[in-house]
Design a protein around this ligand. Structure first.
Ligand code: APR
Length: 174
């Protein structure tokens, strides 16, 4: 699990091959990390997004990174939290799985994720970060392809949630 790192900061500064955007189904921008990524990437990102005809919840689509340090942006759409009994957990797990599938298809070896759905979409951070780390652990166990997976927290609550989720997936000390 040494390939996983938790940091606190702004994902638009990450120099990984790809950064992940927590978008909405229109893929035409928004607030939060979506707004930050579009501001940093510049208008060409929106132009390319327009050609993608949106994205379903749980799905992922890739664009170039334009003015971002990252070469690619993989846009995914997390579930809006209702009460946990409307498929939210499965939809969020699908976001991480599909992002990794798209990354493998494009030879991406380092990737940075925000805490998808934990802002405007109100997914409880502890559960959301646990899903993120569990799906990532499954992928990394099968794919030596990835060199680095960064989880970028934008506030201390999410940073702590990512850290405890990481501890939960680490093998018990022998
Ligand atoms: N870098 C890293 N993380 C960030 C950044 C940033 N620059 N800005 C915000 N975040 C964090 C938030 O603090 C939150 O933990 O990203 C996480 C996801 O929050 P949102 O960006 O609100 O995304 P989400 O909850 O998935 O809601 C998506 O919000 O911005 C709109 O267009 C977007 O409609 C979509 C919805």
């Amino acid at each position: 699990m040494h390939r996983i790192q938790i940091i606190e900061g702004d994902i638009t500064c990450c120099q990984t091959d790809a950064i992940v955007n927590a978008a909405n189904t229109s893929l035409l921008g928004g607030g939060g990390v979506d707004g930050a990524i579009h501001r940093a990437a510049g208008p060409a990102l929106l132009e390319e997004c327009r050609s993608l005809n949106g994205c379903a919840t749980g799905e992922a689509k890739i664009t170039r990174g334009y003015n971002l340090p990252a070469r690619f942006v993989i846009h995914t759409v997390g579930p809006i939290w209702r009460d946990g009994a409307h498929g939210e957990h499965a939809a969020l797990a699908s976001c991480y799985r599909r992002v990794f599938e798209v990354a493998i298809q494009h030879g991406i070896r380092s990737i940075a994720f925000p805490a998808i759905s934990t802002g405007a979409y109100r997914f409880p951070p502890d559960a959301a970060c646990r899903i993120a780390l569990e799906e990532t652990a499954r992928i990394l166990a099968r794919h030596q392809h990835f060199e680095q997976v960064l989880f970028v927290a934008f506030n201390p609550t999410v940073f702590a949630a990512f850290q405890s989720a990481l501890k939960a997936i680490l093998p018990p000390p022998s």
